[in-house]
Design a binder for this molecule. Structure first.
Ligand code: A3P
Length: 273
């Protein structure tokens, strides 16, 4: 009740909807929801709760910027609006469209071991299929063709971070893209959030006391200033679909070179498989 009345009083206080100053562009299954929720702990940040899919879904894009703005939360002047749509990262038409909206917009990219990301991606698709009564196909069947990794598998392509990031860096300077380590965000959210605040030119307001480890969930959950306690829903951090260790090793081998190219591009490395 308190949350509802404070947000309605905020919207009465001459606030307005503004275009985002920062966008979490991906990667799908990288921890984008956790990052958005954690950023929203900051008093100067307001986030679009639902994924907007403006730049990547033609039907939305055709509605124009007024429609996009109408999807945004109400903010006071000086507050930062953030939206997250992980589908932006791998969509070729998106970087230029974002640039045309605002060439100074800040981009957040949260990454994770691409092999783990792929299995998580498959698990999500599988989960959606099951609820839509589509037939079950094991991951190995989709991933391997005659014992070799099938490069046509969509979830595999979404893990080729260097290919997608190249298109963003054709449009935006490297300094405008902040890379967040998704595995580090799981283990120790606070330092990643401190770095994100710095990148976003926000005063440091998110504190270690905003996070507590929930042993039932097995992940950090959030404590806001008002004492509200929030864990991410059960679709975040769920058990992964099975994959043989042999197939997983093949996947790791497949990503070795793409990962090297990605590390070169971002100027840092990650301890991925
Ligand atoms: P898994 O479900 O594969 O573990 P996204 O929000 O981009 O879909 O990312 C989902 C991932 O966020 C989860 O993937 C989970 O590992 C990660 N994550 C990071 N921090 C989390 C947190 N505090 N609670 C739950 N999931 C978190």
């Amino acid at each position: 009740l308190r949350a509802a009345s404070s947000s309605s009083s905020r919207s009465r206080n001459a606030t307005q909807q503004r275009l985002p100053g920062a966008i979490i562009i991906g990667v799908r299954k990288g921890g984008t929801r956790a990052l958005l929720e954690m950023l929203s702990l900051h008093p100067d940040v307001e986030v679009a709760k639902a994924e907007v899919h403006y730049f990547n879904v033609e039907e939305h894009f055709q509605r124009g910027l007024a429609w996009y703005r109408a999807q945004m939360p109400f903010t006071l002047p000086g507050q930062l609006t953030v939206e997250k749509t992980p589908g932006y990262f791998a969509s070729p038409q998106v970087p230029v469209r974002v640039w045309e909206m605002n060439p100074a917009v800040r981009l957040l990219l949260i990454v994770r071991d691409p092999a783990e990301r792929l299995v998580s991606d498959y698990t999500q698709v599988l989960h959606n299929r099951v609820t839509r009564h589509k037939p079950y196909q094991p991951l190995e069947e989709l991933l391997l063709r005659q014992g070799h990794i099938d490069p046509a598998y969509k979830a595999l392509q979404r893990s080729l971070y260097h290919q997608h990031l190249t298109r963003w860096l054709d449009v935006f300077p490297r300094e405008q893209v902040h890379v967040v380590d998704g595995e580090a965000l799981i283990r120790h959210p606070f330092p990643e959030l401190r770095r994100a605040e710095k990148f976003l030119d926000l005063p440091p307001r998110i504190a270690p006391s905003n996070f507590y480890f929930n042993t039932t969930k097995g992940f950090y959950c959030l404590l806001s200033a008002g004492g509200h306690d929030k864990c991410l829903d059960e679709s975040k951090g769920r058990p992964h679909a099975p994959l043989s260790s042999q197939a997983f090793r093949k996947l790791c081998g497949y990503f070795r070179e793409p990962n090297r190219l990605f590390f070169e591009m971002v100027g840092r490395s990650f301890s991925w498989c």
